[in-house]
Design a protein around this ligand. Sequence first.
Ligand code: HEM
Length: 522
Amino acid sequence: MKDQSDHQPQKTLTTRQGHPVTNNQSQRTIGSRGPATLENYHFLEKISHFDRERIPERVVHARGFVAYGELEVTGKIGDEPASKYTRAKLFQEPGKKTDLAIRFSTVIGGRDSSESARDPRGFAIKFYTEDGNWDLVGNNLAIFFIRDAIKFPDVIHALKPDPVTFHQEPNRIFDFMSQTPESMHMLTHLFSPRGIPATYRHMEGFGVNTYKMVNEKGETFLVKYHFHPRCGIASFTDEEAAKVQGQDLGHASRDMYEAIEGGNYPQWDMYVQIMEDHEHPELDWDPLDDTKIWPEKDFPLRHVGVMTLNRNVEDFFNENEQIAMGTGVLVDGLDFSDDKMLVGRTFSYSDTQRYRLGANYLQLPVNQPKNAVQQTNQTGGQASYYRDMAPGQNPHVNYEPSMHNGLHESTPEGDFHPPEITGQLTRSVLERRNDYQQARARFETMMEWERDDLVNNMGNLLSQCERDVQERMLWHFLLVHDDYGNRVGEKLGISAKDVSHLEPLPKQVLTDEDQRRLKNLG
Ligand code: HEM
């Protein structure tokens, strides 16, 4: 912590109306023993502001910590000029630096919960670019539990505490997951030794969803974002996490704060993976499916720059509780894909932020596009405190078009070849689901000790579940890999034979490999 104890002249305490406070120790009362009076302005202002100190915490990712820094780019994407893939200005010139704020978080616990839970970690960056803000709201794991935004409230309800007992229940979690085969890949990562990052400095970051880049010619490319920590990856075992949690619920925020205060600035290398923008029928998974990674041997990591964090917040509430990021916040040269999670997320973030922070949340300093102009015709709303006017603009004109010195549309954005979309309106699941293959590939690359850890972590929670949930989870694990299933089964006292009677889930699609494994169960 900075030394605040130097002998500065005393500074006067005032009210928010600018009145000096002459007595901050006693309310106004009639005589020294009361009763109190209502004309007690300073006391009433002080206590009623205190009564309103909390705003709704984030519905997910409630506990987090913000730091500031910059992204310095190489001007390239791998060995090629960045302009080949994107016209976004922040990537173009070698050595160009863009200011940023990053918020690290846990997902499920409340605002004051433990930072050593087995839980994904948020890795959400707000880039203050010259073209306005770009938010990249990612996690420390490259994939997610589900692939359609309509299931998000369900997966979160299952992971959050029980609505009656307010206790997080393995049986509720695995009841949901057992009916959601696409979650097996994420669960295999989350329960692996990488499932509890040791600190926020020692973890990776991923955009998770598939985005697009757009170049000057209007050509589009599918893209995934990656960040690798220069100080390496470090994780806790369940036992280490329990020990840390017993001493400090906020060890990861403290570690980040202290590293930055000490000048030990954390750094991450930023990479992208690129794919041509089409359906890629040659793949047995869909590039728009966020339960899948893009194998690096086929889609190599291409370096784009280095992110450095070098400044702490001055006020936790203003800068951490009030920062608002979302997947809709993109700049020219970066775009959405049709990833069905991404579209749902894009609605959800600004919707929750209008509820959590109010209609004028983008006027808060941490959310303003501080390196771009903000000139809108938006007027009023709760807690509005300025109009986003251009210098010299006619203040009477808050509409467009106008002949009287108002705001005008900018020149059209550069070319963009929009996809041509035809098709029937439907509610359906991606065809190429292949729910087990990447979980299997992950399990196959695990060393013996990693498999032991995965099976122990999984077994410990599953042993608290009811038999039908255990059996269905085991059935999935056996379809992923014999060794995975058999080992978890051993922990639960259930064999492959015991689950061989289970039919695939309604509407589940199995690959030939899955079918082969299913036949072998008996
Ligand atoms: C926060 C919704 C999937 C990463 C949030 C918040 C909501 C939300 C409502 C709270 C935002 C706020 O109060 O400011 C959703 C929905 C999803 C989804 C509807 C699926 C359709 C994901 C995925 C990731 C992710 C796949 C990982 C890439 C985050 C992060 C935060 C967050 C990092 C915290 C942002 C911050 O630090 O302020 N999400 N989310 N979410 N979400 Fe998601």
